[in-house]
Each structure stands twice: as C-alpha cells, then as structure tokens.
Design a binder for this molecule. Sequence first.
Ligand code: NAP
Length: 290
Amino acid sequence: MSAVIIDGKAVAGGVREQIAQDVARMRDAGEAPPLLAVVLCNDNPASAIYVRNKERAAERAGMSFRLHTPPLDSSTESLVQLVHAINSDPGVDGMLVQLPLPAQVDAEAVGDAIAPEKDADGFHPLNFGHLAEGRGATVVPGTPLGCMELLRAYDIPVGGARAVVIGRSVIVGRPMATLLLNADATVTVCHSRTRDLAAVCREADILISAMGRPRMVDAGFVKPGAAVIDVGTTPEDGTVAGDVDRASVEPVAGWLSPVPGGVGPMTVAMLLRNTLALAAARRSAVAAPG
Ligand code: NAP
C-alpha cells in the first residue's frame, strides 16, 4: 500500500477560485471588494515573501490589499495606535499583523488591539473563544482551517476518529485540536513533554504534526492506513523540510499531506476566506436596521 498524496495546491486553487467568484459577485452588486490590510514591521526576508504571497493571492481573488510598513524602531504604543486607526477605517474589512514584531514590541498587546470583527488571522481571543465554545466562529486560524479543508476534500472521516495533534501553539496546535473536537473526533494533544510520543501517535486515525522538527515522524509513529498531515516547515538547504519522513511514512499511511505542497498553499487560501467572511459579516451588520 502507498499513501494517497494530498495535493494542497489543487485544493487551495479550487478554494481561491470559489472566493474569486464570490468577490466578483460583490463587485457586480456594486459593492467594493473586500480590503485586506497587513502591517509588516520587521526586515525578515521570509516575512517579506509571506506578505508578498498574501498580496498576490488577495489581488488574484479580486480583493484590495493595503500594506503598512511602520519603522523597525516602532514602540508598542505606536503600533497599537496604527492598529486602532485601521480598526476605525471603514474601508478595511480584515487586517493582520505579520509576525515576528521587533523585540521591543509587546506582540500580544498589538494582536489584542485588532478589532475581533477585522481579525483576518482569527487569533483574537474573542474569536478563539467562539471557536473553543463550538459556536461557529466567523474566522478561524488559516493553517488549522486549511488542514480541515484538506480532510474534507479527500473525504477522510473525522467524526468518531481518533485524532492526535503534535503541537499546542495558539497558531496551529490548539485551534487544530479544537476544530477536530468540534467535528466530533476524539482528540489527543501532544507536546514536548509528552511521554512515548510515537506510541500515542500510533493510535491516531488522523495524525497532524505541527512541531517544526524535520523528519521526526517516521513509520513508527503511524497506524497503517492513517491520514497524516504534515504542518511543520523548517527552512533547510534553500527549501523547507516537514516533520514527516516521507520515504518512511508513505508506504504505511493511507493519506499523506506533504511538505511542500500540502498545508502551505491552504493557509493563504483560508486567509482570503476569513477576509471574505469578515467583509460579508461587517457589511450585513452595517446594512441591518437598528
Ligand atoms: P511552535 O509555536 O514552535 O510550537 C511547536 C509545538 O511543537 C510546541 O507545542 C512544542 O511543544 C511542540 N514540540 C516541539 N518539539 C517537540 C518534540 N520533540 N516532541 C513533541 N512536541 C514537540 O510552532 P508553531 O507556530 O505551532 O508551528 C509549528 C510548525 O508548523 C513550524 O514548523 C512552523 O513553521 C509550521 N507552520 C507552517 C505553516 C504553514 O502554512 N504550512 C503555518 C504555521 C506554522 P511545547 O509546547 O511543549 O514547547
């Protein structure tokens, strides 16, 4: 047996096409297209690439994009003020602050300043709280949402499945576990203090790895036939390495989402979906009487 290789590029392409059609319908109805604002305050080349990818994806979907590049010596207060200004700009539907922020800045304070109704990344505590309560959040962090979309696209059963998530970050692990739980999986969350990680992972029908430890997940972590979604990306020799040792896992798993080409393309597509959802929610709130 050899795993079905999940094609994240193709799934993301379909999602982006759907979003472009929705944006075109908004334009046809005489509405302004959704506007995504990004704050970039670092000189990290990887961040510049991520932001450029987001800009290109937004524009290809017919959305508007605005980039703010405050100086690298900005204070927490000045970035919070910038975020407040974007919050109160009626033309902006969604925003995100690209991480990392400079060392002198309190990144949590800046993130918390983003209005929940403009939170394109879905990291705001209020939006995360809605997700945790299982009451249909408008926005959900893009990477875990992208993993769920891949499971759906390949008809991988989630309800009743045993799911193991390696990683407990706010960006990936925690929302991933919450989404799986909300979809009726039985979920175990692992981290650096988990004992006998491989044995826990071997119980999984769905194994999601978000550690950033190249090739650590080998066949000894995988139940035969399981769906394995590799989220890890570690820069290596001019490309990125995933957490999963593909040569070892591919003969055992039922499905494998590889790095690159799996979850990565989904993250940007889900950012666009969040921006569209925020635009729709805000505009219907503005249009509603009272
Ligand atoms: P993070 O904040 O560093 O979290 C890593 C998690 O992995 C932590 O919970 C950590 O446990 C756990 N971990 C680390 N080493 C471990 C080990 N040996 N055994 C078990 N658990 C271990 O990273 P993140 O932001 O969640 O990102 C995770 C990975 O996904 C990174 O490689 C990142 O680059 C990648 N990523 C990819 C995308 C994409 O679009 N494809 C998006 C976001 C992130 P503790 O909590 O105990 O420290």
